[in-house]
Structures are given as structure tokens and as C-alpha cells.
Design a protein around this ligand. Structure first.
Ligand SMILES: [Zn+2]
Length: 397
């Protein structure tokens, strides 16, 4: 009987958060935005926060920040928006301030990620908008100095509203990205700005290097996690068949876009949030999955799932060998010292041999125990947990 596992730790990645206008202006050389029939509002942030609160998670929201520019500083970064040096943002500053206060007061329930400044790239000479902000449709990256400028302005816009620190997670706009082992590539630049996690649909991303493992890779200190598929199109608002769609996911990322958690009538947003909460909670009932508290824990779990060897020694000791994980740890500072462990038997909480066992959490209706195991001993790739005497082990299932 399989009675323990390192579960897949599920995390939301929600793109295109941050637009205030909803309409698609790309046929007028403007942005695509979220392409919904209304503008965004405070209630749309309440929806994201409630999602996090109700599931005890911090959904990763990949932000676009150009419409948060209350001082029109993006005139100095003309390739990041559709008006160039004549940029005027007409969104009322009070709206941004109210949303920023809400986000700051609820940072335990939402995680701000980097998506981009304006999502696309407006050519410096012609002013023409091209897909996408950091790389083109063939995966070729934009000029290095432009990328650095966009990242700096993303940081300035965060600072304008005290939304910092700069994110550690990113989803590249329109998934335009190319792996590059050299120090001229986008991965290297992003790592210099502190990005540690990237999610990407690996099957459609240009690659110059083979993946390290089926679900992840490492590039310039960044842990790249496969996002695989999204359940809905980017502009689908108010979906209600979450339960059915969710089971299409085969990896750790619950990938979607902002409209997918909203209702056409913002007063009714929480009806859609409820649908998500109800569906996602069922994942806790799967022995092989759990809900991650944040991106770092979700994405760091993948190398542990791939590289941890576990066996029982002497009938009463569960031994963990992290040799393969530690070989990657030196290349990726996003790999944490702790990981999720799910069992059908209760472990003794507290300190074991190089591992601290957290108090158990029971997620879902079924009696699995979810533990966070924290590695304590530095420099040793082996640790163990003492099991209860086998007579005392009473499997729950
Ligand atoms: Zn996007």
C-alpha cells in the first residue's frame, strides 16, 4: 500500500491582472487588454483576494502596470505603451490608490507577479505595436537595453503605489520567451532583477537547451515550471464548469487569466470565486495533490518530487536522500529547504534526524495528513524521520 507521497503542490497563475480598461484596442495599435465587455474595478481585486483567503493560498497574479501610472512616467519608456512620448494615462488616481491599499492590506492572500508594463512592444521608430513585450513571435528577445528599461519601469510603478518588493515570479506576456544559456539572454537579465520562478507552456516555448526534467528546468538561477495548458481562453468571463475543467490539469500550475475568476457583473464576482473554491478544494482529496501556500512552495516542490529518493530502513525509519535536489539547489536559489509530504499515517511532529516535521494539516474530507518537512542540517543530503512503531502505525485508509 502506498502510504506516503510528495504531492503535486497546486498554485494559481492568473495573467493580465492590473488592466483598468477591459476593451481590446489592438486594432487601433493599442493593447489587447483582457478583452471583456466592461472595465475593471475594485471588486475584481476583491475576487482575487477572496480566492486566496478562502483557500488559504496566495494566488500568483501576473500584473500589467501601465494603467497604474498616475504620474505619466512612461513617457520616458515609450516602447512600453501605445502613445509613446505623448503618453497620458486617464485612469483616476483614486481608483489605483484604493486598489493599492486593498492589495497591501491583503498581501497574505495574494502574490504579485511580473507580467509586464504594457504586454506588447511598441517599436521605437515606427511606434507600431508588436507581440509581445519581451520577445517577438519567433521567440527573439527585444533589445537588452529596452528589456532592462521595461523592468525598471515596472519596479518604479510598483514603488509608486508601495506594491513592492519586486516580484520573484514571472509569466512572460503571450508566453513569448526563449531559453538561452548565454548571458545575453532574457533569462539572465530577469535573474539579475531577482526573478526566481518562471512558468511557461513548455510545449510552445522556443528552446536552445533540453529540459532537465519533464516538468521543469533551470536557467540562470531561474526555476522554469511547465504551465502546460490553460482551462479557458484568456477573455472568458464568468465560467461555471470549473469542476470539469480542473481535471484537465496535469501539473502544478492552475493557469488562467483574470476574467476567468470574474463575473460580468462585478457585484456578482464572488459567485465565480465560490465555483473556483469548490472545485479547487476537491484537489485536496486527491492523495497526489495538495494546495500550495505560495509560488515558492509550489514550484520548489517539483525538484523535490523529481529528485528525492525515499526508503524505509530497519522498519522504523523513513530515509530521504536529496542528492539530486541538492545538485540543482546550487544552480537555483528558488529551491527551498522545505517541501510538502502527504501520508496516511500520523508522524511525530518536531525534530527528527535533520528534518523538522510541522504539525499536520488535514486538507479536504479524507484523512490524509499533510506535513511540511523542513530540512535542518546544512551540508548533508540525507535525513530521516523516525516512524511510529509499526504496531502503532494504523493506516487510515
Ligand atoms: Zn497576458
Amino acid at each position: 500500500m502506498e502510504w506516503f507521497t510528495l504531492p503535486r503542490a497546486m498554485q494559481f497563475v492568473i495573467d493580465d491582472v492590473g488592466w483598468w480598461r477591459g476593451r481590446d484596442d489592438h486594432d487601433k495599435n493599442g493593447p489587447y487588454r483582457t478583452n471583456i465587455c466592461r472595465d475593471h474595478c475594485i471588486n475584481d481585486y476583491v475576487a482575487l483576494i477572496e480566492l486566496g483567503k478562502r483557500l488559504k493560498m496566495r494566488p500568483l497574479c501576473a500584473f500589467i502596470l501601465c494603467e497604474w501610472d498616475k504620474d505619466n512616467i512612461l513617457r520616458q519608456c515609450p516602447t512600453s505603451q501605445w502613445m509613446g512620448e505623448n503618453w497620458v494615462n486617464d485612469i483616476p488616481a483614486e481608483l489605483m490608490e484604493e486598489a493599492a491599499d486593498l492589495l497591501n492590506a491583503n498581501s497574505d492572500h495574494i502574490e504579485i507577479g511580473l507580467h509586464g508594463v504594457g504586454h506588447e512592444y511598441w517599436h521605437p521608430e515606427t511606434g507600431k505595436g508588436e507581440r509581445a513585450e519581451f520577445a517577438d513571435n519567433n521567440g527573439n528577445m527585444r533589445p537588452e537595453e529596452e528589456i532592462r528599461k521595461h523592468l525598471e519601469y515596472f519596479g518604479k510603478l510598483m514603488d509608486m503605489h508601495n506594491l513592492g518588493p519586486f516580484p520573484v515570479s514571472m509569466f512572460p506576456p503571450a508566453a513569448r520567451y526563449r531559453y538561452s544559456p548565454n548571458k545575453k539572454g532574457l533569462g539572465y537579465i530577469l535573474s539579475q532583477y531577482g526573478i526566481k520562478y518562471l512558468t511557461l507552456p513548455i510545449n510552445i516555448t522556443w528552446t536552445d537547451a533540453p529540459m532537465l526534467a519533464p516538468t521543469f528546468s533551470v536557467e540562470h538561477n531561474i526555476l522554469i515550471i511547465d504551465r502546460h495548458i490553460d482551462m479557458y481562453d484568456y477573455n472568458v468571463i464568468g465560467p461555471t464548469d470549473q469542476m470539469k475543467q480542473l481535471y484537465k490539469l496535469t501539473n502544478t500550475v492552475i493557469g488562467m487569466h483574470w476574467p476567468n475568476v470574474l463575473h460580468q457583473d462585478p457585484e456578482r464576482n464572488l459567485e465565480i470565486v465560490d465555483k473556483w473554491v469548490e472545485a479547487v478544494k476537491t484537489l485536496e482529496n486527491d492523495f497526489g495533490t495538495c494546495l500550495a501556500e505560495d509560488s515558492a512552495h509550489a514550484f520548489s516542490q517539483e525538484p523535490y518530487r523529481w529528485g528525492t529518493a525515499i526508503w524505509i530502513e530497519g522498519g522504523n525509519r523513513l530515509v530521504f536522500d536529496f542528492k539530486r535536489v541538492d545538485a540543482l539547489k546550487s544552480k537555483s536559489s528558488g529551491i527551498l529547504n522545505e517541501f510538502y509530504f502527504k501520508t496516511k499515517v500520523k508522524l511525530q511532529e518536531g525534530m527528527h534526524n535533520g528534518i523538522m516535521v510541522s504539525p499536520p494539516a488535514i486538507q479536504g474530507d479524507r484523512p490524509f495528513y499533510l506535513y511540511k518537512l523542513k530540512r535542518i542540517e546544512e551540508g548533508s543530503c540525507r535525513a530521516s524521520v523516525d516512524l511510529p512503531k509499526m504496531d502503532d502505525v494504523s493506516p487510515l485508509i
